[in-house]
Design a protein around this ligand. Structure first.
Ligand code: KG4
Ligand code: ZN
Length: 353
């Protein structure tokens, strides 16, 4: 069973071919991140325009690298949400057209549910990927951490899960991006904070632990504000000093120290709640997925604290990609989930799990 998937929920135009829900035949990602750098965040109109330019070449490249053709694939899959509506629309239009023209079944996939499915890819024609040896057994606890989402989900089986907790405000990746902006590190903030933090002292800036009324919920907006206030104080400025002018007052060692302090606090919040959920629910596996799962400090702390080693997708499958969409679509096929009607499928920008 070969599935061709398309993913365009944010700024990555992605297409992939996956066989039988575990073997990655191709994975193509064209990112418009460089176009957004000047603005310090994703500009939806620029992302949508860039999807229009890239979508057909990216799909063609995915088929070519998989050494296959549209005729040979058994089904199509596309992200229906959540995401930016203009971005989602381009992928959905492409998928609908291909499904109608080829008369193949089309699976409409939830992007957030799909993130942990990157860990079900255990084989690839690309030997440079570092993949888990086997797929994670159920019940599985998934920590899904990205630019748009932070949640802990207990999967009893495919399409049978419970969201234990989620962010009440900013996602953790969003907090990395915002703190990077405050200290003057380039977008996307996750990788640049992680890099700067290597030279910093995580104890430099004491940041308060985050309290939420439900044990598994997250909240990162307050942490970002705590970093802002502490940075204003460090620079000898009052609370009304504009955050956009702080970066120019910091030297590189202060920047590294703030990055390390923020990263350490943010990671502790994720690790603490994951450990608590592991102890309460005793899952047979733990999956860590989403863009922030690329963070080495997060991986190191989880490996140190959890009694079992989590399943991590390859770094290239942590950030947005279509391989995870194709993989979840395979399990939708296997568990007889309904397919989408290509004549009526629409983007669902605020779809939740
Ligand atoms: O999963 P993803 O590509 O897109 C969403 O679905 O949101 O995640 C992107 C997020 C961004 O906020 C980015 O800053 C963060 O993942 N990220 C990281 C790292 N690499 C990407 N955060 C922390 N450490 C990293 N190494
Ligand atoms: Zn994502």
């Amino acid at each position: 069973m070969k599935i061709l998937a398309i993913e365009t929920s944010c700024d990555e135009t992605a297409s992939a071919v996956v066989q039988d829900g575990y073997r990655l035949l191709s994975n193509v990602v064209a990112s418009s991140v460089d176009l957004h750098k000047a603005y310090g965040g994703v500009v939806p109109e620029i992302a949508a325009r860039s999807h229009i330019e890239s979508i057909i070449p990216v799909i063609e490249e995915a088929l070519k690298r998989a050494n296959t053709s549209l005729d040979e694939v058994d089904a199509l899959a596309v992200t229906e949400g959540p995401g930016l509506s203009g971005s989602l629309l381009i992928g959905i239009m492409a998928a609908k057209s291909l499904a109608i023209a080829s008369k193949k079944p089309l699976y409409a996939i939830n992007h957030v549910t799909a993130h942990p499915y990157a860990a079900f890819i255990t084989s690839s024609t690309d030997k440079s990927l570092s993949l888990p040896k086997n797929s994670p057994p159920f019940p599985s606890l998934a920590l899904i951490v990205s630019g748009g989402h932070s949640q802990l989900v207990l999967f009893k089986n495919h399409f049978d899960y419970k969201v234990l907790g989620q962010t009440l405000d900013d996602a953790v990746g969003e907090a990395f991006d915002k703190v990077a902006k405050i200290v003057g590190l380039p977008y996307p903030g996750g990788p640049s904070i992680a890099k700067a933090a290597q030279a910093g002292d995580p104890k430099f800036m004491p940041l308060p632990a985050i309290k939420t009324s439900s044990a598994y919920d997250f909240s990162f907006s307050g942490l970002k504000t705590a970093v802002l206030r502490a940075t204003q104080e460090l620079c000898g400025k009052k609370y009304d000093f504009p955050s956009s002018e702080l970066a120019g007052l910091l030297n590189s060692s202060q920047r590294a120290n703030i990055a390390a302090s923020f990263q350490s606090r943010a990671v502790s919040e994720l690790v603490g709640r994951t450990l608590k959920a592991y102890k309460e629910f005793s899952p047979l596996s733990i999956i860590v997925a989403g863009g922030v799962a690329a963070n080495q400090e997060l991986r190191a702390q989880l490996d140190r604290i959890l009694p079992v080693k989590p399943y991590y997708p390859d770094i290239r499958l942590c950030t947005d990609n279509a391989a995870m969409i194709a993989t979840l679509a395979y399990f939708a096929y296997e568990t007889k989930q309904p397919t989408a009607d290509p004549y009526i499928l629409e983007p669902l920008p605020s779809l939740s799990m």
